[in-house]
Design a protein around this ligand. Structure first.
Ligand SMILES: CC(C)(COP(=O)(O)OP(=O)(O)OC[C@H]1O[C@@H](n2cnc3c(N)ncnc32)[C@H](O)[C@@H]1OP(=O)(O)O)[C@@H](O)C(=O)NCCC(=O)NCCS
Length: 213
């Protein structure tokens, strides 16, 4: 299976494909619960924003997976609020609006008490179409993300995932070299915080201390 992974700024086609796939692969995420049209708006914003990077994995011309990397996750909620249709989407889902407000409050508390790692790029979402899982596409997406970060001399990146024995993604991240550095509650469930060093490519020197975050 020859899968190509590329960073995408092809707004019209990739955004709707990735928004749809985000909703089917990650149904419990807030973006998915706010609806397909909101998810498409989010990916449209991400493909245009300089602070977000979207990767699409394609098999021939079909998108089979994707990843969303935020270079400035600390301002992501504010930017989604100002630059996407988040306000009308939240107004249409009052229960999710309350959840979103509660989460912003908990995020602020975590930052104040330094219980969260800030300043690292964060993989906000990674997903592979159910029919194409277990064949290395997820690993390829991470490789592409790391290549992107390495070029920018970034030393580490993070991601958060459900902390539950049923979550098969935890084994995937462990195998890919992520290490746990904390836990937090998000949208009512526990998540573990994972970090990984962006190693040098084979034969290259590691970035010197102080470079990147
Ligand atoms: C996690 C995910 C992105 C990995 O992509 P992938 O292409 O299947 O990954 P790879 O083929 O490179 O690696 C396979 C590993 O992924 C994990 N995996 C396989 N199927 C999975 C599934 N349905 N859900 C979660 N992880 C899965 C397993 O650890 C698997 O290793 P194994 O084959 O030894 O059991 C993909 O399985 C997926 O989209 N899962 C559903 C959405 C999700 O959980 N995303 C992460 C949320 S934080």
């Amino acid at each position: 299976m020859k899968v190509t992974v590329r960073e995408t700024s092809d707004v019209s086609t990739a955004a709707s494909e990735l928004g749809r796939m985000h909703c089917s692969c990650l149904p419990s995420s807030l973006v998915s619960r706010l609806g397909l049209s909101y998810a498409e708006t989010v990916y449209r914003y991400c493909t245009k924003s300089k602070l977000e990077v979207v990767f699409a994995a394609s098999l021939q011309d079909t998108v089979v997976g994707g990843a969303w990397l935020s270079l400035e996750p600390s301002s992501l909620s504010r930017r989604l609020l100002l630059r996407t249709t988040l306000v009308p989407a939240l107004l249409a889902h009052p229960r999710l609006a309350l959840e979103w407000i509660g989460q912003r409050y908990r995020d602020a508390q975590s930052r104040e008490s330094n219980r969260t790692a800030t300043g690292y790029p964060e993989v906000i979402a990674i997903f592979v179409d159910a029919g194409h899982r277990g064949r290395g596409v997820g690993a390829q997406l991470l490789l592409e993300i790391e290549g992107f970060l390495r070029k920018r001399h970034v030393a580490h990146y993070v991601l958060r995932t459900h902390d539950s024995p049923e979550n098969r993604a935890v084994a995937f991240y462990e195998r890919e070299g992520f290490e746990e550095f904390g836990r937090h509650q998000k949208h009512g469930t526990w998540h573990c915080d994972l970090i990984k060093a962006v190693g040098p490519r084979n034969g290259e020197q590691a970035p010197s201390a102080g470079q990147g975050s």
